[in-house]
Write a protein that binds this ligand. Structure first.
Ligand code: DGL
Length: 266
């Protein structure tokens, strides 16, 4: 099975396009909703929590795990790939969401704005990765503190969410009035993409990560048939959350179809 991990609901915005593109592949989702948001936490906490989540999925037998969270990809992915996998799970793979987005942006845009959590902005992961591929690129990062909290609470259509998004868009336009593309660099933000679209000038492309990640995953599997062969393709779909409350209703809103969350400890 393909494991998909996020701090909470956000990874569902990546899982849905993965299901659309690779419908036969069986998946296990884990949202660490009990400890979301990660974006306000320290690097140490983000690393430890992400490692627990990824280990949970690897121990369930996933040959491949996608960290569908920018904050966790920025603060934990490399260490998991370099320090943990070779020792504990040498034949498994863990991928993130930043690399696919960066490859897409470097090919299609010259001046980009990245909306992300505080921790993802602090890590400078987008800036480093984009400059490696296209040094002349202009990159503006805008942290949107509080937005993940509202989304996790199901308040994504509130006035507060609208005001917060408006303020973040204004900040971007002040930092770079000529920006040509804006990436929602947090997998929770597609759940408020209509707010970003409404406040961004129409000529600015709004880029959403889910599809970009799904396309990149499909191409990765084509290039790694030895890994692809190990993946179950019976369209089984399992959803876990670390939160003890019943979150299935809210999760279904975010996924766009009914899903049933099972509670687990990690
Ligand atoms: N969805 C996550 C991301 O892509 C993080 C949200 C959070 O837990 O702060 O960054």
């Amino acid at each position: 099975m393909i494991g998909v991990f996020d701090s909470g609901f956000g990874g569902l915005s990546v899982l849905k396009p993965i299901h659309d593109r690779l419908p036969h592949y069986s998946t296990i989702y884990l949202g660490d909703n009990a400890r979301a948001p990660y974006g306000v936490r320290s690097e140490k906490e983000i690393f430890e929590f992400t490692l627990q989540g990824v280990r949970f999925l690897l121990k369930k037998g996933c040959p491949l795990v996608v960290i569908a969270c920018n904050t966790a990809s920025a603060q934990a992915l490399r260490r998991i790939q370099q320090e943990i996998l070779p020792i504990e799970f040498p034949d498994r793979r863990v991928l993130g969401v930043i690399r696919p987005a960066v490859e897409y942006l470097a090919k299609n845009n010259k001046r980009v704005g990245i909306f992300a959590t505080h921790a993802a902005v602090e890590s400078q992961a987008y800036i480093h990765e984009l400059y490696k591929l296209r040094p002349e690129m202009k990159v503006s990062q805008i942290a949107c503190p509080g937005l993940v909290d509202l989304i996790e609470k199901g308040e994504q259509t509130s006035d507060l969410a609208d005001k917060l998004v408006k303020k973040c868009v204004q900040k971007l336009l002040i930092q770079d009035p000529q920006v040509d593309g804006a990436l929602l660099g947090c997998t929770h933000y597609p759940l408020v993409s209509s707010l970003f679209r409404a406040h961004l000038p129409t000529e600015i492309h709004l880029l959403i990560q889910g599809d970009i990640t799904a396309v990149s995953l499909a191409s990765y599997l084509e290039r790694h048939p030895e890994l692809d062969q190990q993946l179950k393709k019976t369209a089984e779909r399992i959803y876990f959350t670390t939160n003890h409350d019943d979150l299935s209703g809210l999760a279904s809103v975010f996924y766009g179809k009914d899903i049933l969350f099972q509670q687990t400890n990690i």
